[in-house]
Design a protein around this ligand. Structure first.
Ligand SMILES: CC(C)=CCC/C(C)=C/CC/C(C)=C/CC/C(C)=C/[C@@H]1[C@@H](COP(=O)(O)OP(=O)(O)O)[C@]1(C)CC/C=C(\C)CC/C=C(\C)CCC=C(C)C
Ligand SMILES: [Mn+2]
Length: 403
């Protein structure tokens, strides 16, 4: 039976009653609608991964996943299958030694450059990668650089010249990377990475699709549409990274559940990004907030452009933040299943990003003109919390254990 996904149903009662109803879904089974209080939201997000309680058969046997979730979950299953297959065939996987010393030197230089880019853009994360094995660290740098370059196409200095045709060319270049015909040095590092680790091309393609979406769309009608966008630009990062970071040999978790958690971390991060940047995005004419949910709180695009923090806005924001926290909660389940050496950077990014939500609250939900950020002291404390969680906590019975 496929693992579950979480469908978010905002409370139609609107701002006066800010709780949410969740519709929890498992493949072709669906679960009764429940109304939850805030404190139980995390429990619900995680229970969807491993409990079977209150599942009822969908009489028509039609999958009840939202269209976006079903689409994304298929990618999760494909990536998980690829990892399992690699694990089973590991002893047969002998690579011919064809690289000449000069090729090896060039490749080392390429990885070195990827490390430098990573250190420049994401210092904390770069430090975390230093704890990984050299092979994994280099591979993560190469993936990081490809993601950064892809994002730069639509957000960088040349963004105004980027057309769908340019993104098509970038996708053809990606195919060449996977066919061992890299275009430049940085691509060569990624080519080497994808030949060493069981990384599927689909999440890479999907990230490019997210950039296409950004070119053609500046509104999201509902959470289903936004979920798909978040998967494209951020959930994909989780799916690309876990095959490299590795799942702990002690883990009893189902591979696809670890991938679902990785996906959840990407979604949580992107939702947080969106909530932090509402004002900045609005100044570019973009609103990455579900239109139907805005309407349920009596808000419109004009309110977002006006940028006034009203009670309606606070109520709306509280629910958006609650949802992002649900996804962080679901992601936490997976971090302990990762290879020990990979846990610290992941915990660190989870804790640091989640604190941006606290900072939005501390700014009294003014995300129009005040940037929510995590101060240096808090950042430092988070790094040590992450370290404790990653290495000093005894690993208890896995929450994602095989059914
Ligand atoms: C089991 C489990 C929980 C495993 C962990 C899986 C994992 C490593 C998940 C990573 C999640 C993550 C860091 C997602 C990135 C989210 C993100 C912020 C994406 C941004 C997209 C574009 O948005 P926008 O343009 O609105 O944002 P900016 O204003 O530009 O900031 C991105 C910027 C896309 C590009 C993404 C990257 C450059 C990050 C790539 C990162 C890696 C490959 C390494 C990830 C690993 C860790 C530990 C952070
Ligand atoms: Mn960006």
């Amino acid at each position: 039976m496929p693992a579950a996904a979480l469908v978010w149903v905002p409370n139609a009662a609107g701002p006066t009653q800010p709780e949410f109803k969740y519709l929890e879904v498992r493949g072709t089974f669906w679960v009764k609608q429940k109304k939850l209080k805030c404190r139980s939201a995390n429990a619900m997000a995680t229970s969807h991964i491993h409990t079977d309680t209150s599942i009822v058969m969908n009489p028509s046997q039609k999958p009840m996943l939202s269209s976006s979730e079903q689409r994304v979950y298929d990618v999760v299953l494909k990536q998980a299958a690829m990892v399992k297959e690699k694990k089973e065939n590991v002893s047969l996987d002998v690579k011919p030694e064809i690289a000449s010393p000069s090729t090896i030197d060039l490749l080392n230089e390429a990885y070195q450059r990827c490390g430098e880019v990573c250190a420049e853009y994401a210092k904390t994360f770069y430090l975390g990668t230093l704890l990984m094995t050299p092979e994994r660290r280099k591979a993560i740098w190469a993936i990081y650089v490809w993601c950064r370059r892809t994002d730069e196409l639509v957000d960088g200095p040349n963004a105004t010249h980027i057309t769908p045709a340019a993104l098509d060319r970038w996708e053809r270049r990606l195919e060449e990377v996977f066919d061992s015909r890299p275009y430049d040095m940085l691509d060569a590092a990624l080519s080497d990475t994808v030949s060493n680790f069981p990384v599927d091309i689909q999440p890479f393609r999907d990230m490019i699709e997210g950039m296409r979406m950004d070119l053609r769309k500046s509104r999201y009608m509902n959470f289903d549409e936004l979920y798909l966008y978040c998967y494209y630009v951020a959930g994909t990062v989780g799916l690309m990274s876990v095959p490299v970071m590795g799942i702990s040999p002690d883990s009893n978790a189902r591979t696809e559940n670890v991938y679902s958690a990785a996906l959840a971390l990407g979604i949580a991060n992107q939702l947080t990004n969106i909530l932090r940047d509402v004002g900045e995005d609005a100044r570019r004419g973009r609103i990455y907030l579900p239109q139907d949910e805005l309407a349920q709180f009596g808000l419109s695009d004009e309110d977002v452009f006006a940028g006034q923090v009203t009670d309606r806005w606070r109520a709306f924001m509280k629910d958006q933040i609650k949802r992002a926290r649900v996804f962080f909660g679901a992601a936490e389940e997976g971090v302990t299943e990762l290879d020990k050496a990979s846990r610290w950077p992941v915990w660190a990014s989870l804790i640091l990003y989640r604190q941006i939500l606290d900072a939005i609250e501390a700014n009294d939900y003014n995300n129009f003109s005040k940037r929510a950020y995590v101060g240096k002291v808090k950042k430092f404390l988070s790094l040590s919390t992450a370290y404790t969680r990653a290495y000093l906590h005894p690993k208890n019975i896995s929450n994602l254990a095989r059914a």
